[in-house]
Design a protein around this ligand. Structure first.
Ligand code: PBG
Length: 329
């Protein structure tokens, strides 16, 4: 018998009932932590399915009021817009990105007009939905041109700000774009627009379903390894974040999510700034498929999202946002 002797401390005591587990819980997940990505498509009254993302659809802009109503009901603070661009609007320079009537611009105007500041709008800054080669920047002889791309990204950011976007999120990984965008926004008096830098974005194998969703998958030539980060590296992530803070980022993103919890944790501990995580499309598909095939239990969703909170993320971009918020509320 060991009663009264070792172990005097039994950690299982604090876990004996649900009430004590709730009481001693170190991290919590609420709908305030969730950002809902929304895919946009051309047309009217249209909803299209994305084959590898069950439960996620693309919507035409006229469908947005209903989608936003639902997000508000679920107490989701912000949505993120991603366009599927018709192939006849794609070209090598991605000029559709600068069209004030492109899907993202239409969507921002529509949402701001109806919902004012009830919900935050975040938009992606990068050229990949718009280029005929599927890259985030200008391609010249197998090289993505950095500074020439930034010139376009600055214009894309300004346009999104003019439309009423709240949070500009460059996901392109060009060097120096945060500083250039911040400078232009300040010059044009958009001093209140937040910059959420995808400071740490890896050249990941988990983006497949997203590329299908925005229609860049079949066009992509080669890979994005000369601008997105090598997944073997973590010191480099710290350097990326340090630079973006200096250039004027308000929030930084780590992407993908679950394979990079160490990076989220390291950045949070070192810089004490808001850090967001992106649970990307491949992560979503794997979990969703696992649940649908009854390989894993649906509580795996909450478990995955809590791991981001534990690591130090302040919020998570996730295709599960509605489903989870609904459950949590
Ligand atoms: C591109 C962009 C990507 C994602 C968001 N913005 C894909 C890429 O870099 O190829 C991926 C998101 C996801 O997989 O859910 N600027």
């Amino acid at each position: 018998m060991i009663t009264g002797k070792y172990p005097a401390l039994r950690l299982r005591r604090n876990r004996k009932f649900d009430w004590t587990r709730r009481l001693l819980r170190e991290n919590d997940l609420s709908s305030n932590d969730l950002i809902l990505p929304i895919f946009l498509t051309d047309g009217k009254n249209k909803t299209t399915k994305i084959s590898n993302m069950p439960g996620v659809c693309r919507y035409s802009v006229d469908k947005l009021p209903k989608i936003i109503d639902n997000a508000l009901k679920n107490k989701i603070p912000m949505i993120a817009l991603f366009p599927e661009t018709n192939k006849n609007k794609k070209n090598s320079l991605g000029t559709e990105a600068l069209n004030e009537n492109n899907l993202v611009c239409q969507a921002i105007r529509r949402i701001k007009n109806k919902f004012k500041n009830e919900i935050g709008i975040m938009t992606d800054v990068a050229l990949d939905p718009y280029t005929s080669h599927g890259h985030d920047g200008i391609l010249k002889e197998n090289n993505i041109l950095n500074d020439e791309t930034i010139d376009i990204l600055v214009k894309q950011s300004l346009l999104q700000a003019q439309m009423g976007c709240d949070v500009i999120a460059p996901s392109d990984m060009m060097d120096g774009r945060i500083g250039s965008i911040r400078k232009e926004l300040d010059k044009k008096k958009f001093t209140n627009v937040q910059l959420l830098s995808y400071a740490v974005k890896y050249a990941s194998n988990f983006y497949g379903p997203f590329r299908e969703a925005v229609g860049s998958k079949t066009y992509l030539k080669g890979d994005k390894k000369t601008y997105q980060m090598d997944f073997s590296n973590s010191d480099e992530a710290i350097r990326e974040v340090a630079l973006d803070i200096k250039e004027g980022a308000d929030i930084v993103m780590v992407k993908p999510g679950m394979p990079y919890l160490d990076i989220i944790n390291a950045i949070k501990n070192k810089f004490k700034i808001p850090v967001f995580a992106y649970q990307v499309s491949g992560e979503y598909s794997l979990i969703k498929n696992g649940i649908q095939k009854k390989i894993i239990n649906e509580n795996a969703i909450i478990e995955s999202l809590l791991s981001f909170k534990r690591a130090g993320a302040n919020a998570i971009v996730t295709y599960f946002a509605n489903e989870v918020a609904n459950k949590l509320n």
